[in-house]
Write a new protein. Structure first.
Length: 510
């Protein structure tokens, strides 16, 4: 195993889920607190472009693989368990159960001092069988880790308010896009939200708990609100006119998840567990955590201030991680087929290129700015229609946007693509995460031509799965001249005009 890159002498922490929303924010907080950090990731390359990547050790592995977990725990004192199998299919509870047992067993064998787990706040006096599968699995994972024989801290949170969190994005888009809304009855449910800054503070502080402390803690902010209250107060903080909210009893969790999926970037597959978790009151029954991680002045942060901080991050393009940071469950992870000889079967390719009357640097700025508010430089209706079809099929759709309006890094989501590779100034490779009968990639590159100008090269690749995959390619290939051809021409023209300054996320709603 590679030595620690920092040479620091602080305790070593293992962070699972570092490519996710909380994990990606926890790592720099641990470093700032003097800890050494090792990250366990299925795809280590996704952490390559994070600002802290050079200060941590990254090992390849999976929480469901006991061998890789055992290897990752060598020399570790504290393990953070920040992963869950939500959305991976009907058997996600079994996957969560198996992964938690592996982590607990390996942690005990390695002699770890503590496990820290971020779970969900379950309602009081509600039997497990009546909980949503999401909350039920979170509760079970917490119990498994507490029974592992390793001192464990389980932090149970309800709605986390922070820039880029799925809960915040759902709240934000519902409130901003619907001045008048007919809502499910769960908008009357009382909730105790917590600011992401407090979640991170408590996660870091939990590493220092005494060895005789092994228990779950409820964590929440100072405000207890209904979801309706949260929408009204969000509107007030964001400077929006007062919203009219009309709850109705007929929207089931399934129907309301599709309603959320239509209005917000959060797909129905993720919206459903979020909305199911709001059926019951989720309010803290104790604040014992303060006895071990004391509240500093100004903490816990209130709801209005948490929204204000999150909106500032959104509008200043300072969102470090988003709910889309984690890979879409079930998304393909096969490597890009190599050219020219590939033994993996059929590979369809659409190539385009264009001469650009602008330096390669100007062309690259346009390439790196694609997607989100800037769009895809061709036939917007076709892209929008493809996004809607993907949402109807249960996919992520086209509304995930970008984490940063101007810069991309490996692992970023980009509408219904994910950045698989980026060579600054030269190459951007995207992997499709929409629902497809095969695997798809889109490459864009900028090359100097030696005469002060540049050349734009574009390549779309598709590896079909079965007869349906071949039929799909041939059914859409007649439109490639319009979609991909227009994209190449318009990117070249945009670079020649000079790149536009991208709008910051949230500008449309102000």
């Amino acid at each position: 195993m590679a030595p620690d890159p920092t040479g620091a002498a602080g305790p070593l922490c293992l962070v699972t889920g570092a490519t996710g929303y909380i994990g990606g924010r926890l790592v720099p907080e641990l470093l700032a607190a003097g800890y050494r950090v090792r990250c366990l990731a299925r795809s280590p390359g996704k952490l390559r472009d994070h600002p802290w990547a050079g200060d941590v050790e990254v090992v390849r592995g999976d929480v469901t693989d006991a061998v890789s977990v055992a290897e990752a725990m060598r020399g570790v004192e504290v393990a953070y368990y920040l992963v869950h199998a939500l959305g991976t299919g009907r058997r996600f509870e079994e996957t969560d159960r198996r992964a938690a047992r592996i982590l607990g067993d390996r942690a005990r064998a390695a002699g770890l001092r503590r496990i820290v787990y971020l779970g969900g706040l379950a309602p009081a006096r509600v039997p497990d069988r009546e909980l949503s599968p999401h909350l039920r699995s979170r509760a079970e994972v917490g119990r498994i880790l507490l029974d592992s024989g390793v001192p464990t801290t389980v932090l149970r949170a309800a709605v986390i308010i922070g820039s880029g969190s799925a809960s915040f994005e759902m709240l934000r888009y519902l409130t901003e896009r619907l001045p008048v809304m007919v809502t499910p009855s769960w908008v009357r449910t009382r909730i105790q939200p917590i600011a992401v800054r407090d979640v991170l503070r408590l996660l870091v502080g939990s590493a220092r708990m005494p060895a005789d402390v092994s228990r779950a803690f409820d964590i929440g902010g100072p405000d207890i609100l209904t979801y309706r209250d949260m929408m009204l107060r969000y509107a007030a903080v964001a400077g929006l006119p007062r919203r009219v909210i009309l709850p109705v009893p007929v929207l089931t969790p399934r129907l309301s998840s599709h309603w959320v999926g239509l209005v917000t970037p959060v797909p129905a597959s993720l919206a459903r567990p979020l909305t199911e978790s709001l059926r019951h009151e989720v309010v803290c029954r104790e604040h014992d955590i303060a006895g071990y991680v004391p509240d500093p002045p100004g903490h816990p942060i209130g709801f209005d201030e948490a929204v204000r901080l999150a909106l500032r991050r959104v509008r200043d393009a300072g969102v470090t991680t988003r709910w889309t940071s984690a890979a879409v469950p079930g998304a393909p992870s096969d490597p890009l087929p190599t050219d020219p000889d590939w033994a993996g079967g059929s590979l369809y390719t659409d190539r385009r290129e264009a001469k650009v009357d602008a330096p390669a640097g100007d062309l690259w700025r346009v390439i790196e700015g694609v997607g989100g508010d800037n769009g895809w430089y061709s036939f917007p209706l076709a892209w929008a229609a493809r996004g809607r079809l993907d949402r109807l099929a249960g996919g992520v759709g086209l509304r995930r946007g970008r984490r940063d309006a101007q810069r991309l890094r490996v692992g970023d989501s980009l509408d219904f693509w994910r950045v698989e590779e980026i060579e600054p100034g030269h190459l951007l490779r995207l992997r499709a995460e929409m629902r497809l009968p095969g695997l798809a990639w889109l490459e864009m590159s900028a090359e100097r031509d030696g005469n002060g100008g540049s050349r734009y090269r574009q390549r779309a690749l598709f590896h079909p799965h079965g007869l349906l995959g071949h039929a799909y390619w041939w059914s859409v290939s007649p439109f490639h001249a319009v979609v991909f051809g227009g994209m190449a021409r318009n990117i070249a023209r945009a670079a020649a005009r000079g790149p536009l300054t991208p709008r910051k996320e949230g500008a449309r709603s102000r």
